[in-house]
Design a protein around this ligand. Structure first.
Ligand code: ADP
Ligand code: MG
Length: 174
């Protein structure tokens, strides 16, 4: 069975950008867990969080992760997916986990350039740089613990894709 590729990392790390292109190059299907949650609940993530709270969202996320996990897929995960030990274990057992690692400065810079960021609920109510610093302080160890491979998210998408291919292609052949 071909591996499932899970891409983890904070908001702005490039999970969607890289994941889509990677899936295309590998002839895999691209799935985004946030997108899947929005489709099955017919609500935006912001509305789910505002109306039902983060805890409910996290429960939906765990279900979504397991629903979308099928072979020949590149799965771009929500930034907080690694907060759950169940999710971390699930991804490690069912696929190859790639962490796109970036500093708070880079993440904030990217999110500020992206109008879409305003649609995502703030985690802390602080500035984006402060928020990303806090988020990384809380999550960096979990990303690293969950990852099979850590890739510098500041590399170009082409370089990142080449790194991932190098990691997984030998496994596909054997
Ligand atoms: P995520 O899905 O992890 O939240 P996105 O793929 O939406 O991140 O990317 C966030 C922003 O950063 C987008 O504007 C995207 O164009 C840009 N971006 C993504 N990957 C890279 C990269 N490797 N180098 C430079 N910019 C990138
Ligand atoms: Mg994304």
């Amino acid at each position: 069975m071909n591996p499932i590729l899970f891409i983890v990392g904070a908001r702005g790390a490039g999970k969607t950008t890289v994941g889509k292109r990677l899936a295309n190059e590998l002839s895999y299907t691209f799935i985004d867990t946030d997108h899947h949650i929005q489709q099955i609940s017919n609500m935006t993530i912001a509305d789910i969080v505002n109306q039902q709270g983060w805890q409910q969202f996290r429960q939906l996320e765990t279900k979504a992760l397991q629903q979308v996990s099928q072979s020949n897929r590149v799965i771009s995960t929500g930034g907080g997916i690694i907060l759950s030990a169940e999710n971390r274990q699930y991804m490690r057992q069912n696929g190859t986990v790639i962490y796109l690692q970036a500093s708070a400065d880079i993440l904030a810079e990217r999110l500020m350039q992206q109008p879409e960021s305003t649609q995502r609920p703030s985690l802390t109510g602080k500035s984006i740089v402060e928020e990303m610093e806090e988020v990384l302080t809380a999550r960096e160890n979990l990303y690293c613990e969950c990852a099979d491979h850590i890739i510098n998210a500041q590399l170009s998408p082409e370089r990142i894709i080449a790194c991932v291919k190098e990691i997984i292609l030998p496994r596909r052949i054997s």
